[in-house]
Design a binder for this molecule. Structure first.
Ligand SMILES: NCc1[nH]cc(CCC(=O)O)c1CC(=O)O
Length: 308
């Protein structure tokens, strides 16, 4: 048996993060013909997991998911970190590189507690802590109200079961990876676009670690990388903050990228949307769409973005 550790892979400890790290390990071992023991999973408790009672936007934003893993990676205690790319800040330390984007899972949100947004009962209370989901809900259903739901997938489902809300949203990708196949109803992207990079797993390593970069390149999936690169370029050009409600979906269609995006005021009363088709080489296209959206957005929307 091969017992030499070839790669130390850092991950958050939540069940979803561990499932994503296991998937990464399986893909690496398959690509390189390794025994499972060649990849060591190193679970780290992230700041974002310690505080559960306040929205992420109030306690420091997305950096709280990566802070500890970033330290371990910078110090060489791990060779690479596995992240849900939607939780990773758009601008990363220059010393790191996103060396692999795994084949992307279902990008959609699922609604749990009702079969569709229109089927929510009048005045329904919906649990979420995501500004995007809150704004999208209030846009379509101003009669509903939002209560804060944080914590991992199981925590949110148990809050729902305990009656703290009538319904909640969860990413289809997360539910699938946890084996929760029958939970909730997928929301049609025609009326409900997901978060930038939703459903994508990214593996990051030190930019100067050529050996690890090469090992990770073997599990990189080009269409998924093209999609999330475009979605994150849109996010960067918009200059959103933790309170910005940004929804975007980019689909790789035979070498072309089809992008749809929408921006909302936090209370959902206002929305601006647009779409674009471009090739992956046209790296400026997402910024053009961002500027088009901002030019058409109301002041209430624009005040939450810096990308003018
Ligand atoms: N913000 C938490 C988070 N980060 C990634 C996922 C799910 C997996 C993914 O979207 O890649 C989730 C849970 C959720 O939004 O329901």
């Amino acid at each position: 048996m091969n017992t030499t550790v070839k790669l130390k892979l850092g991950t958050r400890r939540s069940p979803l993060a561990m499932a994503q790290a296991e998937e990464t390990r399986a893909r690496l071992c398959k690509a390189h013909g390794w025994d499972e023991s060649a990849v060591e999973l190193v679970p780290v408790i992230a700041s974002g997991d310690k505080v559960q009672d306040r929205p992420l936007s109030e306690i420091g934003g997305k950096a709280l998911w990566t802070k500890e893993l970033d330290q371990w990676l910078a110090e060489g205690a791990i060779d690479a970190s596995v992240h849900s790319l939607k939780d990773v800040e758009t601008v990363r330390p220059e010393a790191f590189t996103l060396a692999a984007i795994l084949p992307r899972a279902d990008k959609r949100d699922r609604l749990v507690g009702a079969s569709s947004i229109s089927q929510l009962k009048p005045g329904a209370v919906v649990g979420t802590s995501a500004p995007r989901r809150a704004a999208q809900l209030l846009h379509q259903r101003p009669d509903c109200s939002v209560v804060m739901f944080r914590g991992n997938v199981a925590t949110r489902l148990s809050k729902l079961a305990a009656g703290e809300a009538d319904a909640t949203f969860l990413a289809a990708a997360g539910l699938e990876r946890l084996g929760e196949h029958g939970v909730g109803h997928a929301l049609d992207p025609a009326g409900w676009l997901p978060a930038p990079a939703q459903g994508a797993i990214a593996v990051e390593c030190r930019a100067n670690d050529a050996e690890t970069r090469e090992l990770l390149a073997a599990i990189d999936h080009e269409p998924s990388r093209a999609e999330v690169t475009a979605e994150r370029a849109l996010l960067l050009a918009l200059g959103g903050n933790c309170h910005s409600a940004i929804a975007v979906r980019c689909d790789w269609e035979e070498g072309e990228l089809a992008m749809e995006a929408a921006l909302y005021s936090p209370d959902g009363t206002q929305m601006v949307q647009g779409e674009a088709r471009f090739t992956a080489e046209d790296t400026e296209a997402p910024a053009r769409l961002a500027h088009d959206l901002l030019s058409r957005a109301s002041t209430a929307i624009r005040s939450h973005f810096a990308g003018e």
